[in-house]
Design a protein around this ligand. Sequence first.
Ligand code: 4AZ
Length: 250
Amino acid sequence: MRLAALLVTLMMALVGTATADERVVGGDRVSIDDHPWVVYLTDTSGFQFCGGTLVAPDKVVTAAHCAVGRTARNTRVVVGREDKKSTAGVVTRLSGIWVHPSYVTADQGADVAVLTLRDRMSERPLPLAGPGDEALYAPGTPGHILGWGRISEQGPVSQYLLGATVPVMADGDCADAYFQFHADEMVCAGYLEGGVDTCQGDSGGPLEAGGRLIGVTSWGEGCARENRPGVYSKVIRFHDVLLEQVNGEG
Ligand code: 4AZ
């Protein structure tokens, strides 16, 4: 009996190791109960293509590049479902899509959008970073990335919600990595040596720090590459325009 318990513990440790090796890239499975505000977007066939963050009972912040070209009719938001293959949580329809009017491409900035849900969700929303939250952008601040996207640059997407911690990077380091980096509208997070990052399918999802949404997963060259950090829309920069949408009728 005691041997059996030991074996179970050993096997769980091994399974845990396998999960930790899954490379979001370099992430681990996390419970949606600890991040009730993280959501994903699907088309009408249920295909997951982006992430998002519930910032009010009926408002989701995502990336503009996740929302352009879509309609409220052909887009769904899945709330409260950690395992894509489960039926947990709810699949909700939209009543409106707002894309930042300055958005052109992700690497030119303004990569933010707000989706209005037809129904109000009971899950706890994540507040937007706003005035007074500048300190959350200090280099080295631990940021939390979450998503159901690819587990490696050329790999498959994740069936389960994965999360990882990446430090906010100094603007100078990000400018060295990318000529397109605009410090006013973007923030980088990750390690110069790579290994941990968001990837395709995580776009639109949260970069959370200090209990606030500080970034929206936007772009990067590949995933988890050395000297190629993930780039996130700088929520504090868009706080007013986002809040206007969040408090509006949508
Ligand atoms: C993408 O294609 C994407 N490594 C998202 C995040 C990153 C790269 C690409 C950052 O949606």
